[in-house]
Design a binder for this molecule. Structure first.
Ligand SMILES: [Zn+2]
Ligand SMILES: [Zn+2]
Length: 289
């Protein structure tokens, strides 16, 4: 099998055709370049230490001014989970010449994720998702940067479909907003994995301990979509592009009475503050309201 763009042997056959190593790398970087077109600010890279986020770092280091990049890991737990990830992310950032640091839930919110989960009634993913997002928002503000995450095409397609199943078009279209950069949003998970292999990213970080014990609707959806993509290659990218044509939702922004961060128009208090009150955590105030 030959690369679809040159005469070399293809090492990978993805949904967009067979590629040689060089053309896979180039194709991924090119798609990322398009996603960040026109951006000139400092960028805070959200790095979990997993393969997607390491690929994000590598891609960005090659298509953007390194002086304007900073990578950060938000650590939810105390010990066990994530410590290895921090070591891996740190070493990788150093190799690429990107500034790196990590912060913990405990420092920012006064509790670890485990402590929140043991005190709260909701699923671990709720606390993890809400506070992780807030941590990045807060750190980006502190750095005067915009956040970039390693979300792939698969992540985006799953999120959009989940929101559709929950019945909210407005939430479906939120993925078109450019509040956060997602340079890999048009790159398939399998392409990210192949890219990781080419550049020698250490494989693969540990699964989230909560996912293993309580598989979410998302995890199930992921498996079904994977099967669908096998049968009809290109399904996810067609779905993503169809959504993109619908544009992002116009919404009014309201600010949380307690912390000053933007929240949805039907709320007085943001989700993070609400959850923090439930479990007895704290939420840092917005620096520049
Ligand atoms: Zn080629
Ligand atoms: Zn708030």
């Amino acid at each position: 099998m030959k690369c679809s763009l040159c005469n070399k042997r293809a090492f990978f056959k993805g949904p967009l055709g067979p590629f040689c190593e060089g053309h896979l790398i180039e194709s991924v970087r090119e798609r990322a370049r398009k996603e960040i077109e026109g951006v000139n600010e400092k960028i805070l890279l959200a790095v979990s230490g997993g393969k997607d986020s390491l690929v994000l770092m590598d891609v960005m280091a090659h298509i953007y001014d390194k002086e304007k990049l900073v990578a950060v890991t938000v650590v939810e737990g105390a010990g066990r989970y994530r410590l290895k990830e921090v070591e891996v992310a740190k070493a990788f950032a150093q190799k690429l010449g990107i500034r790196y640091y990590y912060v913990t839930f405990k420092e920012l919110f006064g509790l670890t994720l485990d402590e929140m989960v043991s005190k709260g009634r909701l699923s671990p993913c709720t606390y993890c998702g809400v506070f992780r997002r807030r941590a990045l928002e807060y750190l980006a503000e502190k750095e005067g940067a915009i956040v970039a995450t390693g979300h792939t095409l698969d992540d985006e397609a799953h999120t959009a479909l989940l929101n559709l199943l929950r019945g909210s078009w407005e939430d479906v279209l939120k993925i078109n907003s450019r509040v956060r950069l997602k340079p890999l949003r048009k790159v398939y998970e399998v392409e990210v994995a192949a890219y990781a292999k080419v550049i020698g990213v250490p494989f693969q970080s540990e699964e989230c301990p909560y996912i293993v014990t309580r598989p979410s609707l998302r995890a199930r959806l992921r498996e079904r979509l994977f099967e669908l993509e096998e049968v009809r290659p290109g399904t996810l990218i067609r779905w993503r592009e169809a959504l993109e044509r619908l544009g992002s939702p116009k919404r009014r922004v309201k600010y949380c009475k307690l912390c000053g961060y933007p929240t949805s128009p039907d709320r007085e208090i943001c989700r993070a503050c609400e959850l923090a009150m439930e479990v007895g955590a704290r939420v840092p105030k917005r620096l520049r309201p």
